[in-house]
Design a protein around this ligand. Structure first.
Ligand code: HEM
Length: 438
């Protein structure tokens, strides 16, 4: 496992996937909110509670002379996510100028080409660009298309769980939670399953760049992986243009043909985002969910007894230990909050994991209650950037849990709880391994 850099490291750019949050860094960050402490990694929720109760608007002066604001209450986080004055255009990735006439993209340096593509990712664009880009994939990525994947995901889960059903040692993360989303996204996009190791490496390298607390260590790998994955997807898109198939890449090309306003870089950026955004997030959802159930045997027994609880159980497990702990926004206008004014242009961190444990929104928030009603968690964000893959992630988690419970009648941890290791980084929260036995 890589060790995190000093909290004072400058925050590097965030290229792709789920939302970027700078590593706040700076003196007060070390004192109050140190992402790098192993105890915080193991259980960030007491720190979140303290912040929520004592300083609902927390200001971090960084060593770079900038300020980073942190919101932890559900009402504040949801208000900011819904506020049209907020922007996701944080200055990185920089918006490149249009190519000069006669300059072909192939003649640019591969890293420059990759950055041009990443800058068109919808997660980093405000309306109206965001609206156009989301329309491209929204038309192709429908609830019906997701539902059509149910039989295939069920079969994949059964295949992946075969060793556990045979009584062999089983790591829920490595053997179920990691391969499942990879295989599903590859099939959805129409990419060969044999490329799964490359897809995993590229996604890991790019996802690590989202997290300011570990990004610097991964910058070099991301510089290599970014151009590689973009060339890979470009090749597949060109093949689909010549010979369309029944897959999402072909559907996106068809949607593009109906909207002349979308260019090649935008379609590539959208394919890259769909490819990258659904891996580690879904892996972490499944891993965190199984751990929470193992730590709450009463709730595990309840789910076994009432399988109809599965959809509400997945919502509660998403709330209880969010796979994505935070996102951020920049305000375009001065923002008055808790008696202070956040000036335009300063970054505001929104702690989704903290908002999900706010007692004002969730009675008895630290209790896992699989039957919880009115569960307005923010694990998939909110507003115009609400997670496009939420339906798919929910389906994968439901089928993975269903399969696991059916094949493991006496599921238990195969190591001491204290020995469990979390992945490096804070933004994407998930276990490095989850050994179980039945
Ligand atoms: C448990 C799994 C997942 C979690 C927790 C998650 C979380 C999130 C969050 C919090 C956002 C909003 C970011 C913001 O507002 O700044 C987001 C956006 C997004 N997610 Fe997910 N995600 C998951 C799975 C997926 C999957 C499976 C896909 C695709 C197959 C996906 C595709 C996207 C896309 C394309 C966006 C950008 C939407 C936009 O900018 O309009 N996600 N996700």
């Amino acid at each position: 496992m890589t060790s995190p850099p000093s909290p004072t490291s400058p925050s590097p750019p965030a290229p792709v996937g789920v939302p970027p949050v700078s590593s706040p860094g700076g003196r007060s960050a070390r004192a109050d909110f140190d992402f790098t402490r192993p105890a915080f990694r193991r259980d960030p929720y007491p720190t979140y509670r303290a912040l929520r109760e004592s300083t609902p608007l927390h200001c971090i002066e960084t060593d770079r002379g900038t300020r980073f604001w942190v919101l932890t209450r559900h009402a504040d986080v949801t208000a900011v996510l819904r506020d049209p004055r907020m922007s996701v255009e944080r200055g990185f990735p920089p918006q490149p100028p249009p190519l000069a006439p006669g300059v072909a993209p192939e003649t640019l340096h591969p890293v420059v080409r990759a950055l041009r593509v990443v800058s068109r990712v919808m997660l980093f664009r405000d309306p109206p660009d965001h609206t156009r880009l989301r329309g491209l994939v929204g038309r192709a990525f429908t609830p019906r298309m997701v539902e059509a994947l149910r039989p295939r995901i069920t079969a994949l889960v059964a295949e992946l769980l075969a060793p556990l059903a045979d009584g062999e040692p089983f790591d829920v993360v490595a053997q179920l939670a990691e391969p499942l989303p990879l295989l599903v996204i590859a099939e959805l996009l129409g990419l060969p399953a044999e490329d799964r190791a490359d897809l995993k490496r590229w996604s890991d390298d790019l996802a690590a760049m989202l997290d300011g607390s570990i990004a610097l260590q991964h910058a070099q790998r991301a510089m290599r992986s970014g151009p590689e994955v973009i060339e890979y997807l470009r090749g597949h898109l060109e093949a689909r243009r010549r010979a369309p198939r029944e897959d999402l890449l072909s559907a996106m090309l068809a949607a593009r043909d109906r909207d002349e306003n979308l260019d090649d870089e935008e379609i590539l950026a959208t394919a890259l985002l769909v490819m990258g955004a659904g891996h580690e997030t879904t892996t972490n959802l499944i891993g965190n969910a199984v751990l929470a159930l193992l730590r709450h045997p009463d709730q595990l027994a309840r789910l076994r007894a009432e399988p109809g609880l599965l959809p509400s159980a997945v919502e509660e497990l998403l709330r209880f230990d969010s796979p994505v702990q935070a996102t951020s926004r920049v305000s375009r206008a001065p923002l008055e909050l808790h008696g202070r004014t956040i000036p335009p242009g300063e970054e505001i961190g929104l702690l989704l994991g903290a908002a999900n444990r706010d007692p004002e929104a969730f009675p008895d928030p630290d209790r896992l209650d699989l039957g919880r009603s009115d569960n307005r968690h923010v694990s998939f964000g909110l507003g115009v950037h609400y997670c496009l893959g939420a339906g798919l992630a929910r389906l994968e988690a439901q089928l993975a849990l269903d399969g696991l419970l059916a094949r493991a009648p006496r599921l238990e941890l195969a190591v001491d709880d204290d020995a469990l290791a979390w992945r490096p980084g804070w933004l994407l929260r998930g276990l490095a391994a989850l050994p179980v036995r039945t």
